[in-house]
Design a protein around this ligand. Sequence first.
Ligand SMILES: Cc1cc2nc3c(=O)[nH]c(=O)nc-3n(C[C@H](O)[C@H](O)[C@H](O)COP(=O)(O)O)c2cc1C
Length: 323
Amino acid sequence: MEKKLILAPLQGFTDAPFRQVYPRHFTGFDEAMAPFISTMGEKRLKPSRIKDVLPENNPILPVVPQILGNVAEDFIFLTHHLADMGYTTVNWNLGCPHSKIAKKRRGSGLLCWPDQIDKFLDEVVGAIPCSLSVKVRLGRNTADEIFDLLPVFDRYPLEEIIVHPRTGVQLYTGEADIDAFGRILEKTRHNLVYNGDITGMKRFQRVEQRFPMIERFMIGRGVLADPFLPATIKGEVRDRSEDLVRIKRFHDDLFETYDHNFYGPSHIAGRMKGFWNYLAPSFKGGKKALKRIFKSKDREEYLVRARGFFKEEISFCPEDHGN
Ligand SMILES: Cc1cc2nc3c(=O)[nH]c(=O)nc-3n(C[C@H](O)[C@H](O)[C@H](O)COP(=O)(O)O)c2cc1C
């Protein structure tokens, strides 16, 4: 049985430009989940918020849109609009850890309110014209909150539950709790997707061997650090002498796509530096050139320095960290 790989929603990273560019250079992903769209209230629909999931901006990878919100009526309204655009599944974000959002009982802030989740699902499930999946953490404050939620989820026909086994307050610290994922697996009737810390082949195999019945895996930061990772997991063999050339082509394409279509000159350097935060540790050599990239202030400076980096004595060794 071939395992399916899903590109994780990473707000500020895996948006439509990334989802267009990445599959032009690398294989391995079967689908993507888009970063969340917040519900807007009062039946309003801001075109800027929908732009990311417009079908014309998502020509290659099949996409599941994700919604963040806690008002059933607003969720239903937005879902109808997404269904009109051709989407057959939407995802409800129950994992966002940021305190500003959680305080308003959105994202992971809802995980300690099973009754509110139950009421929301009761109102939403029969009222939307497509199927629903949920993306959860183990809880907001403690790792056992999820166990009060599983019986609630069991009452509804969910497409699947994507589990990132950390708590909300943990943010991204510590390790994804694989044991907790195993306990959830025993206590739900739904199909689970594993998500969290798949940063290399060894990590993937550890999860795969432990849970052979899991068919779907979601990968986020790992692919930003090693864009070859999904293909490696799928067993594709590559000529490693071409790694640097391929990464540079991908980088240049990503830069141009953001530059032309989506961002003003002041944003582009910042946006690209975000990617380097994840990618940089995968290189051996070129440390000073990397520092210069991070210090670049505008588009031109960035471009010169990024080009300079690829001319350095460097090699791409993602397996040397994080495995
Ligand atoms: C910068 C950043 C932005 C994220 N944005 C979202 C988001 O919009 N929706 C969501 O469900 N999860 C979001 N996440 C969580 C990821 O989808 C994923 O669950 C988490 O990073 C764990 O997977 P990983 O270890 O493979 O990265 C975000 C994570 C990061 C680091």
